[in-house]
Write a protein that binds this ligand. Structure first.
Ligand SMILES: C[S@@+](CC[C@H](N)C(=O)[O-])C[C@H]1O[C@@H](n2cnc3c(N)ncnc32)[C@H](O)[C@@H]1O
Length: 293
């Protein structure tokens, strides 16, 4: 990770020992920084939480206090942003989390899409936005790979874009190696998509090369500019906007609408909704939306 930590004075006692407190000025700076770059609105009552979550980060960087951490953010905002966002939000995910979405894809959407794509020679594109450590895009890739075979559509140009801003999450997603106890959500028939490790990889499994072919992992902050033009057939943005405030959600969902054609699908997490936020979509299933014509 490119951080300018070397520029920071390191000779004081390391932070996170219980004696370093997050002062008012530093909290205000962090609150504004996090809102601007991560869309997360931190109320005053989150000061303790921020202090606790960042203590480990200060230790890892060898910084003496929160003022030094703020100085690091000022000098290199993008270098540390992903780590900061990871520290204050959650990367929790799982293979086939919210399985009804995968069932809809497998049983209804992919069969319809593939008929058209095969006939018209069109591309198929799915975006896993906020993919965390990769379980979501690789589960999507299993369903996609199976559908391509089943519907005689292996010639269709199909890809899944997986993006996140957390450096650790992206590294795991790129490696595609998971402890065996993370595979619980994967059915017996689908275990063929995971190759069990041996030797130093005993207790781990890595994703099948075919899944890697289908998935491209890229860093991307959803609040910043996006290089992609679309169109996408579906965007999965599940359990990502939970911390975003209303204006940030409104902007984000309008941007998704611009990358989806009429009839394109947007999948949200179990506690998320477009109600009162965006009119471009209609609800067609449990947290599944379709862009209106
Ligand atoms: C709880 S995980 C959800 C993972 C997966 N979508 C799922 O539902 O299992 C939320 C992810 O969103 C990512 N995230 C949060 N804010 C983001 C932003 N502004 N840009 C990109 N990713 C973001 C976090 O880094 C985290 O990995």
């Amino acid at each position: 990770m490119a951080v300018a930590a070397g520029a920071i004075k390191r000779d004081a006692a390391p932070a996170g020992d219980g004696t370093t407190l997050l002062g008012e000025a530093e909290f205000r700076f962090l609150r504004d920084f996090v809102y601007e770059h991560c869309g997360i609105a931190l109320g005053e009552h989150k000061r303790q939480l921020v202090q606790g979550r960042l203590a480990r980060r200060l230790r890892a960087l060898g910084l003496p206090n929160y003022a030094a951490y703020c100085a690091l953010l000022r000098s290199d905002p993008n270098g540390e942003l992903g780590e900061l966002a990871s520290a204050i939000s959650t990367n929790v995910t799982a293979f086939f989390r919210e399985p009804h979405h995968y069932e809809l894809l497998e049983n209804e959407l992919l069969p319809q899409w593939l008929v058209h794509k095969r006939r018209d020679g069109d591309r198929l594109r799915i975006w896993s936005a906020g993919c965390s450590s990769g379980e979501e895009p690789y589960a999507l890739a299993m369903v996609l790979a199976e559908a391509l075979e089943k519907h005689g559509a292996t010639g269709v140009d199909a890809r899944i874009l997986a993006t996140d801003l957390s450096p650790q999450a992206l590294e795991t997603a790129r490696n595609g190696v998971y402890p065996l106890d993370k595979l619980d959500g994967i059915s017996e028939e689908r275990r063929r998509w995971l190759l069990r490790g041996a030797g130093e990889y005993e207790g781990y499994a890595c994703v099948h090369p075919r899944l890697r072919e289908l998935v491209t992992v890229q860093p991307l902050n959803l609040l910043h500019d996006w290089p992609m033009r679309g169109p996408f057939d579906a965007i999965f943005c599940r359990n990502v906007v939970i911390y975003f405030d209303q204006p940030t959600k409104q902007r984000l969902f309008s941007r998704y609408a611009a990358l989806l054609p009429a009839g394109g699908h947007l999948f949200l997490g179990h506690s998320e909704s477009l109600h009162g936020i965006n009119d471009d979509f209609e609800l067609i299933g449990r947290t599944v939306y379709r862009k209106r014509a």
